[in-house]
Design a protein around this ligand. Structure first.
Ligand code: FPP
Length: 264
């Protein structure tokens, strides 16, 4: 059953005139849920609940504004250090999100994926992730990826491990390895590199997110706390991105550098 509210949101929106150069891939570090709750003297979990609403708004806006890839940092490898209560609440919110949004994703042709270490997730969550990945697998309009139990360093390390095993088996020659060859071992190899990365809540950090992939990504930081992040904030970030000159270390208009080239 598709929630009526979401149906209305989607039917009333279309690619806006101001969006002439959307990023193909937008990544978001959703930060500030705890502070949002703290400022209202509420438990941290209330901030996450409100953050889940911001996820719904953002997915809806990106889908209707024609952004092909959206990757959200929902739970880092380091977040396992948080209290049991908070971790359980986040896992519950995630399952609830998948339950509520699955039919809408299918309806809206959104392909869902998760990246990160699933072995640490509760069995019920990893099973739901697999279900929704399967049921939305034909989606072509937008790719929604949640980074869960995710660490950029772990992703690179795991890729290096897999490459080393292939080298030991004689399947690849490490001396001939290019960046593209290595990139194919990453869990996120199915995604293009992000064009724009937004971080909310006024922090200026990458926090172990897509480390390999963001080499030439444009960064955008906003003081808005994630639960308050709305369509206008997203619009501001996208407008800002449109003004950026992407040079990838070469002259303007150059594509992203490939193996054995460098840039700054
Ligand atoms: C960072 O804020 C946010 C998280 C660790 C979790 C993000 C989770 C959600 C947005 C909701 C659930 C997700 C889905 C996909 C339904 P913080 O808690 O570190 O905030 P703080 O820095 O202010 O303490």
């Amino acid at each position: 059953m598709i929630p009526q509210q979401n149906m209305q949101d989607l039917s009333s929106k279309k690619v806006p005139d101001w969006l002439v150069r959307p990023p193909t891939h937008l990544g978001i570090i959703m930060d500030g849920n705890g502070r949002w709750a703290q400022r209202r003297h509420l438990p941290r979990v209330a901030g996450h609940r409100q953050g889940a609403q911001a996820v719904r708004r953002t997915v809806t806006a990106c889908r209707s504004w024609g952004i092909r890839y959206l990757t959200l940092y929902a739970f880092s490898w380091e977040n396992w250090k948080r209290s049991r209560i908070e971790v359980d609440a986040l896992m519950h919110l995630l399952e609830d999100y998948l339950d509520r949004e699955e039919s809408l994703m299918i309806e809206q042709s959104i392909r869902f994926r998760a990246i990160g270490d699933r072995t640490r997730l509760p069995r019920s969550v990893s099973r739901r992730l697999e279900d929704v990945e399967r049921s939305t697998g034909d989606g072509r309009a937008m790719n929604l990826t949640l980074a869960l139990s995710y660490s950029g360093r772990e992703e690179v390390l795991e890729a290096a491990r897999r490459m080393a095993f292939d080298a030991m088996a004689g399947k690849v020659d490490p001396a001939q390895m290019t960046q593209e060859d290595f990139g194919r071992y990453l869990a996120s190899a199915v995604l293009p590199p992000p064009d724009l990365l937004i971080r909310t809540s006024g922090e200026f950090r990458i926090s172990n997110f897509l480390l390999w992939q963001i080499a030439y990504t444009e960064l955008y930081f906003t003081a808005v706390l994630w639960p308050d992040f709305g369509d206008e904030d997203l619009k501001q970030a996208l407008m800002d991105f449109q003004e950026r000159q992407r040079r990838f270390g070469a002259e303007s208009g150059s594509p992203e550098p490939t193996s054995r080239t460098t840039g700054a």
